[in-house]
Design a protein around this ligand. Structure first.
Ligand code: ADP
Ligand code: MG
Ligand code: ZN
Length: 639
């Protein structure tokens, strides 16, 4: 309440000042004629320019006056006149009149000018005085109010003192309504967490045999994999309240605020036990103390210390379990992971194909899917998608269905939604011309090399319809969820990525290659470098030649990179270049050898705009005699 009054007073102060001065100007600035019967009804706009009476009559004769308002018993008028020098813009001018002359009224009538006479209204003098006094009084009043309120506060007028307490930044849900059934594709995590539900529901079972109930569980996994959802499901299954807040909300500008929030949170939780506290993004507070550039951050460390103190403070069987989520377990302070704190870690990874199928099932429960839709095929097309991505995918497909006024979501909608999520919105097709030809060759280059190199994933679609940043696109579908990628597969991918540039160079010449291959080349560089530095796939041998995690700032491994000697660094560069060069040579040869086939496919692609994988493979095998997939195996000796 205090807070609210102080705010109102603070607001009234400037408003009062502004109104007071505004009033003064209105009251006194109206000019001599207006001041006579003070206070009088002012002309509609007290700040208009003036015009002489003679000029006014000229204007009336010239037909430039459009409207006249007469005030003060005929002593003043506000005239609207158009100005031919200014594109006939209408001006408002004030004129002092000699009085209400009937001739003037008549000539206004003759000219058809609209006019109005406003009677002078004298306000009662007392009201006038009160009116003049009202704002100064208000001003003084609000000053007094402000002074009184501030002096009552222990901390004086400083608002900063209020931050930690008044803003309750954590949310509480008495019932989350989420059940384990709503979370799919993370079976191991669910099994691990089932135990936590039992702890919350029947703690006696554990305490009676002398077991200590764990206090904290850390969920580790990339964004969108369902960590928040899992935490809610635990609370939902156990039927306990769910307190949640995000680590980044702990960290404020003022030292000590985060710590006081932690205290508040635990106090509320204890009042509501048994319950579950969920701390999202715990890495925002829980990073290693004293690490990174510029040393520590006082506020964060205090907050973290408070969190650790609170976790140590409550008894193991007080019925509160803390679940924290992060995607960077490696940067967390080791004190957080000690026994009695977040000593259990549960990995929540992006789902595999079976997981994706079951997540799709969960999210299609409330959607109408056509008979022809196979969730398995959708899951196959979406490796690397997280639960959140899949939920989004089905929603996009449903939106497309509604837009196309269909009864049920079909394969077409789902395919379009996948394309859109991966590559962005569809653009307008290009008009035929040289650049469309070039893009067609570029894309067919990718697709052809991808098809002809044995270890490459099969082509799924080639299209010249722009999407997002790309002018044309070639999609490949990985056969299965691959955990391990072989050296020849990596080389095949590099060749596929270089296929676009190679086709441009073969068909249009080295001088005409375009910037369109920029993205491909970046990918190639990163794949080749990783082959050398991470996977030991070069003549440098099986050595790890890079810092484990490349943390750019605030990390703890900041300095390790510079330990590498210059000679190693240049040998890495050499090895990378060698891989890329030999792949490019092979790709150029492959494209050259299949030039006829490429020309024919490009003609068809330009005609049809899109070719799906089967069409493409059928075409290619028509033009090349050797069965596809037996054509080319990369020679590994080169790198
Ligand atoms: P995280 O906290 O890991 O970033 P969320 O739990 O916030 O991810 O997930 C966001 C949304 O994505 C959820 O509300 C849910 O609709 C969907 N989702 C994510 N993972 C799953 C899953 N494993 N099963 C079902 N839905 C999921
Ligand atoms: Mg989350
Ligand atoms: Zn490309």
């Amino acid at each position: 309440m205090n807070q609210r009054w102080r705010l109102i007073a603070l607001w009234l102060l400037p408003v009062g000042v502004a109104l007071f001065f505004g009033w003064q100007i209105l009251g006194n600035g109206g000019g001599s004629s207006l001041a006579q019967g003070s206070p009088t009804v002012a002309p509609r706009n007290a700040a208009v320019a003036r015009m002489t009476y003679g000029r006014f009559l000229d204007y009336v004769d010239a037909g430039r006056v459009t409207a006249v308002d007469i005030f003060d018993g005929g002593r003043t008028a506000v005239v609207e006149a158009s100005d031919p020098d200014l594109d006939n813009r209408v001006q408002r001018l004030r004129v002092d009149l000699p009085g209400l002359a009937p001739e003037l009224i008549n000539s206004l009538k003759d000219k058809g000018i609209s006019f109005d006479i406003h009677p002078a209204k004298a306000a009662p003098p007392l009201l006038g005085i009160l009116g003049n006094l009202a704002f100064p009084l208000l001003l003084i009043g609000s000053l007094i109010l402000l002074a009184r309120r501030s002096s009552n506060m222990p901390g004086g007028p400083g608002q900063a003192m209020q931050f930690g307490k008044t803003k309750a930044r954590f949310a509480m849900e008495a019932e989350t309504g989420v059940k384990f059934d709503d979370v799919a594709g993370v079976e191991e995590a669910k099994q691990d967490l089932q135990e936590v539900v039992t702890f919350l529901k029947t703690p006696e079972r554990f305490t009676s045999v002398g077991a200590k109930i764990p206090r904290g569980v850390l969920l580790v996994g990339p964004p969108g994999t369902g960590k928040t959802l899992l935490a809610k499901a635990i609370a939902g299954e156990a039927g306990v309240p769910f307190f949640s807040l995000s680590g980044s909300e702990f960290v404020e500008m003022f030292v000590g605020v985060g710590a006081s929030r932690v205290r508040d949170l635990f106090k509320r939780a204890k009042e509501n036990s048994p319950c579950l506290i969920f701390i999202d993004e715990i890495d925002a507070v829980g990073r290693q103390r004293g690490a990174g550039i510029g040393g520590g951050n006082d506020e964060r460390e205090q907050t973290l210390n408070q969190l650790l103190t609170e976790m140590d403070g409550f008894e193991g069987n007080s019925g509160i379990i803390i679940i924290a989520a992060t995607n960077r377990a490696d940067v967390l302070d080791s004190a957080l992971m000690r026994p009695g704190r977040f000593d259990r870690q549960v990995m929540v990874d992006a789902p595999d194909i079976k997981g994706r199928i079951s997540i799709l099932k969960v999210h299609s429960r409330n959607k109408k899917l056509g008979e022809d839709v196979s969730l398995e095929a959708v899951a196959r097309r979406t490796p690397g998608f997280t639960g959140a991505d899949l939920a989004n995918l089905l929603n996009e497909a449903a939106i497309l269905t509604a837009r196309r006024r269909k009864e049920a979501t079909g394969n077409a909608e789902i395919d379009d939604a996948v394309d859109r999520i991966i590559a962005g919105m569809e653009g307008k097709p290009l008009t035929d011309g040289r650049s469309k030809r070039l893009i067609a060759y570029h894309e067919v280059g990718h697709a052809l090399v991808g098809t002809l190199v044995k270890q490459h994933d099969p082509v799924q679609k080639v299209t010249l319809i722009p999407r997002g940043q790309a002018q044309g696109l070639t999609w490949f579908s990985p056969d299965e969820d691959q955990m391990l990628v072989s050296r020849s597969q990596l080389r095949a991918r590099i060749m596929g990525a270089l296929g676009g540039r190679a086709a441009e160079a073969v068909v249009f010449g080295h001088a005409e290659v375009t910037t369109g291959a920029g993205g491909d080349i970046q990918q190639v560089a990163s794949m080749a470098r990783q082959m050398v530095t991470r996977f030991g796939m070069s003549d440098l041998g099986p050595m790890s030649l890079e810092a484990g995690n490349q943390e750019v700032f605030l990390g703890r491994d900041l300095m390790t990179r510079s330990e590498m000697s210059d000679s190693i660094a240049s040998r890495i560069d050499d090895a990378v270049r060698k891989i890329v060069q030999s792949c490019y040579t092979d790709t150029l040869a492959l494209v050259n050898a299949n030039r006829d086939c490429m020309d024919r496919v490009v003609e068809l692609l330009i005609e049809k705009e899109s070719l799906d994988g089967e069409e493409f493979v059928a075409l290619v095998s028509e033009f090349t005699e050797v069965p596809i997939k037996e054509r080319f195996t990369p020679v590994l000796g080169a790198s």
